[in-house]
Ligand binder design. Structure first.
Ligand SMILES: [Fe+2]
Ligand SMILES: [Fe+2]
Length: 277
């Protein structure tokens, strides 16, 4: 199995000619299959694909990790470009969502109405549960929240009538590749928690080894307790490589690196990772 992962959108980039943008998107190539995982928040996906010589018209499938703007902002331009228009996502991605800090309320949901999926002739495939979308390639669907120390990672809310209620972001899902050398897990924000995500992928595939975790971890602002217990679990799970992106945050990244050494790197726009066997 040959797996290549190219980060097409991440907050920052070390590469001239590419654009950093708040959010995440990655091209995931598994043998001949080409899957786009998330789309960033605006126009960086299209620009960076061009800069990297990647033809988005030839993508086979789009996977959406969850209904936040920084993962779905490039969906419509992508659908207008791509020949294939299969979109895998949880049914709940279009729920109106907010980040609330005191008086300050910001709209953070999907920035287009659900009807635009149909008007762009896309096939919306609901994956609320763990689903194999291609031999050896899965999306998790809803991830059970079993750890006591992980939470969604921020002041996220949904509106129920006039009231704001905490958003559990139950639509958060990751992609899992059952590579012969261990699982490769690609996450958008990991609002379900990085440990919940890894353990669920292990449970559903029966594969204990974890070769790589790549993507957002939403550890930015995590408590001391959460960081400590997450690091202990990552050591016990013996995750071979963590490519931390997007909503990991500088502080959490430093703590992960100090504890786990060079297994941890910062993933940025235009970086490529190859896993072949
Ligand atoms: Fe995000
Ligand atoms: Fe998010």
């Amino acid at each position: 199995m040959k797996v290549n992962i190219t980060i097409l959108v991440e907050n920052t980039t070390p590469m001239p000619g590419f654009q950093g943008e708040y959010g995440f998107a990655a091209l995931v190539e598994v043998n001949e299959k080409r899957i786009l995982f998330d789309t960033g928040s605006a126009d960086a996906l299209m620009k960076n694909a061009t800069a990297g010589g990647i033809d988005l018209a030839e993508i086979d499938d789009l996977v959406i990790s969850h209904g936040h703007f920084d993962h779905t902002g490039g969906v419509i331009p992508f659908l207008q470009t791509s020949r294939n228009k299969r979109v895998y996502a949880h049914a709940g991605i279009f729920i109106p969502r907010y980040a609330v800090l005191g008086e300050y309320k910001r709209v953070i949901g999907v920035p287009f109405p659900s009807q635009e999926i149909e008007s762009n002739h896309a096939e919306f495939i609901i994956t609320n549960e763990f689903t194999e979308i291609f031999p050896g390639v899965f999306v998790t669907g809803e991830i059970p929240r079993n750890t006591s120390y992980e939470d969604v990672g921020g002041p996220f809310y949904v509106a129920v009538g006039e009231r704001m209620v905490p958003d559990v972001i139950y639509d958060d899902m990751s992609m899992v590749i059952n590579h012969p050398e261990g699982l490769i897990i690609i996450s958008g924000c990991a609002h379900a928690g990085i440990i919940n995500t890894i353990k669920y992928a292990q449970l559903k595939t029966g594969q204990k080894r974890v070769k790589a975790f790549i993507g957002g971890t939403h550890l930015a602002g995590a408590s001391e307790e959460r960081m400590g217990r997450t690091i202990t679990e990552l050591q016990e799970l013996d995750v071979e490589q963590i490519i931390a992106c997007h909503c990991t945050g500088f502080e959490a990244l430093v703590k992960l690196r100090n504890a786990l050494g060079d297994k941890v790197i910062k993933g940025e726009t235009a970086m490529k990772f190859a896993f072949s066997y």
